[in-house]
Design a protein around this ligand. Sequence first.
Ligand code: CO
Length: 154
Amino acid sequence: MALREIFKFGDDILRKKCREVTAFDEKLWQLLDDMAETLQSQDGVGLAAPQVGILRRAVIIDVRDGNGVIELINPVITETEGVQVGNEGCLSAPGEWCEVERPQNVKVKAFDRNGKEIEVEGNGLLARAICHELDHLDGVLFIDRVKQDIPKRS
Ligand code: CO
């Protein structure tokens, strides 16, 4: 495993639409393992492949609830319910926090690293993280969804 460089806001790569993963092979597993190590080294709850320069539809999420890392390949949100408004940040924008509205609950269909279909349900922080990371796959950043800027603490 290896740490990968996280691209920051302002880099064009974060605005690109990612292509589907078609090969569930060692190259994908290496990417996912590296992303997990990179995420663990940071104070974040999720990371999308384009943030490490790979334009493929793969994200990982770890809301540090003891359930470990969730890997979502070619994920699609199939259901949303409710609304939550809360502070959100991004490892591609260190120190920036904004108030963003997200669904309270989401259901996602995706594939695991072996190409097996999975369904994941999330609420609260997990729902927020899923929506945030899936946005990255379409070049959408949380600052695009801001309701209100939160002043930075000095
Ligand atoms: Co992000």
